[in-house]
Design a binder for this molecule. Structure first.
Ligand code: HEC
Length: 114
C-alpha cells in the first residue's frame, strides 16, 4: 500500500514537473535569496560585494554554458559559501543567469520582470 502511494506521488510529480524544464523565474527568486549579498543578480540591483562578478557578466562570458554552471553551483568552491542548492534549484539559477546574456532583458523588454 505504502509503495503504491509513493509510486502515485512520483507519477503525479512527474506529470506536473516536465522533465528538464528549468524555471528562470524561480531561479531569480533563489538568486535574490542566496546570491544577492555578494553578486549583482539582476539589472535593478545597485550594490554587491566588489570581488564577485555580476551575473550579467557571468552570462556573457564567451564560454558560458548553462549545464556547466549548474554543476559548478553544486560543487563546493572557494570564496563562496556552501550553498544548500538542490539539483533543480541549480538548474533554475543557471537558466535565470542565461537570460541575462540577452541585451533585451537588460533593458527590461524581455525576460522575467521583478
Ligand atoms: C559570500 C559571497 C558569495 C555568495 C553568497 C555567492 N557568491 Fe558566487 N562568487 C563569490 C566570489 C567572491 C566569486 C569570485 C570567485 C573567484 O574569483 O575566485 C564568485 C564566483 C561565482 C561564479 C563564478 C564566476 C566565474 O567567472 O568563474 C559563479 C557562477 C557564481 N559565483 C555564482 C553564484 C551563485 C549562483 C550564487 C547563489 C546561489 C552565489 N554565487 C553566491 C561570492 C559569493
Amino acid at each position: 500500500m505504502r509503495s503504491f502511494l509513493v509510486l502515485a506521488m512520483v507519477g503525479f510529480l512527474a506529470s506536473v514537473i516536465p522533465a528538464c524544464a528549468a524555471n528562470p523565474q524561480h531561479g531569480l527568486d533563489l538568486a535574490k535569496r542566496w546570491c544577492a549579498s555578494c553578486h549583482v543578480v539582476s539589472p535593478d540591483q545597485q550594490r554587491a560585494s566588489s570581488d564577485a562578478p555580476p551575473f550579467a557578466t557571468i552570462a556573457r562570458a564567451p564560454n558560458f554554458n548553462t549545464r556547466q554552471l549548474a554543476y559548478f553551483l553544486l560543487e563546493p568552491h572557494p570564496k563562496m559559501p556552501d550553498l544548500p542548492l538542490s539539483r533543480s534549484a541549480a538548474d533554475d539559477i543557471a537558466a535565470y543567469i542565461a537570460t541575462l546574456a540577452n541585451d533585451d532583458h537588460r533593458q527590461g523588454r524581455a525576460g522575467p520582470r521583478l
